[in-house]
Design a protein around this ligand. Structure first.
Ligand code: DAH
Length: 339
């Protein structure tokens, strides 16, 4: 029995020496010290040992057990230290290495140009206003002096939600909303999204963007309109830009004009962007119709004003030489990254 115990001890110490990771350590514990382990088996067999041998064998077995347990704990410490050291060596970070740059987005070309236009008008003392995209027929048409039989009221052109509610077809309804809320002098620009039931092609999109302007004060004249727009065009397209007003008709202005600027690409020589005319139409405008002033609660005898509306998508395309409006809405990152 004694020999058996010594043999187990030798074997266990050899096995312990060879142990090199924490999982094997547990196997070792089960094999020698566990409930079904070799030492336990011996202690269980004590009843077969003769009574005078029993104390000595018992003591020896317990001694071996104690010593193995102690060595096991020491081994465990060593192995845990080693494991930690290994882990730290693997997770080591070189803080002097250059970092990985997070991918950064950029402003949409429409946003860039809108901000630029807002900046120019703010420089001339304009405030920025806005209004709802889901609009009442009253503000979009009626109050702007657009008669019931006007073609723009046709469902072919306008997205109706019901008889009275629609998606605004221009930013002009915000003129009336602004007049209702503010007393003259009024000097605002109104950037926003507008909707028309157009077929999509290179120059048409059912959603597009306008920037409206409205100035109301005493003694405002057409010359003020021309001056403001000329200043705007020079800041936007270059100091040598010229402006031209052509007579036109809008229900909400009288007189009305369409405004052309000299082509920024060919400087008036004629090129494909300006269809070889040297001029590019950028907006419509005019003197606010007396009926429209009245609808906004402003006395046309006391005040006068001018208004204008420009297409932001078109101006963006002219500015960047983009030849298809759809590119502005597809949001292909390869396109957007270029601005
Ligand atoms: N609302 C017009 C449109 O969508 C543009 C416009 C023309 C706005 C003349 C105005 C204006 O304020 O005076 O085509």
């Amino acid at each position: 029995m004694k020999d058996k115990l010594e043999k187990i001890k030798e074997e266990a110490l050899d096995a312990l020496k060879d142990l090199n990771n924490l999982e094997n350590l547990e196997d070792f514990r089960l094999k020698y010290l566990g409930k079904k382990g070799e030492l336990t088996k011996i202690l269980r067999g004590m009843k077969d040992v003769s009574p005078d041998e029993r104390p000595e064998i018992g003591q020896l077995a317990n001694k071996i057990r104690g010593s193995l347990e102690k060595q096991l704990i020491e081994k465990k410490d060593v192995l845990q230290d080693k494991a930690l050291e290994y882990k730290l060596s693997q997770e080591w970070v070189d803080v002097t290495m250059p970092g990985r740059r997070p991918a950064r987005g950029s402003l949409h070309p429409l946003t860039i140009v809108r901000n630029e236009i807002i900046d120019i008008f703010m420089g001339m003392g304009f405030d920025v206003a806005d209004g709802p995209e889901v609009e009442l027929d009253y503000y979009n048409f009626e109050a702007l002096n657009i008669p019931k039989n006007h073609p723009s009221r046709d469902v072919q052109d306008t997205f109706y939600i019901n008889d009275n509610i629609l998606l605004r077809t221009h930013t002009s309804p915000v003129q009336i909303r602004t007049m209702e809320q503010e007393k003259p002098p009024i000097k605002v620009i109104i950037p926003g999204r507008v909707y028309r039931s157009d077929e999509v092609d290179a120059t048409h999109s059912p959603i597009f963007h306008q920037i409206e302007g409205l100035v109301i004060d005493k003694d405002v004249t057409m010359a003020d309109l021309k001056g403001v727009l000329d200043t705007f065009a020079k800041k936007m397209f270059g100091e040598d830009t010229r402006t031209k007003l052509r007579p036109h008709h809008f229900p909400f202005t009288e007189p009305s004009a369409e405004v052309d600027v000299s082509c920024a690409i060919c400087h008036g020589e004629g090129c494909s962007v300006c269809s070889h005319t040297g001029w590019i139409e950028i907006l419509g405008g005019g003197m606010v119709h007396p009926k429209v002033l009245q609808n906004g609660g402003i006395d046309p005898e006391e005040y006068s004003g001018f208004a204008f509306g420009m297409g932001l998508d078109r101006i963006t395309n002219i500015k960047y030489g983009i030849d298809d409006i759809r590119l502005l809405f597809e949001n292909d990152i390869r396109f957007l990254k270029q601005f």
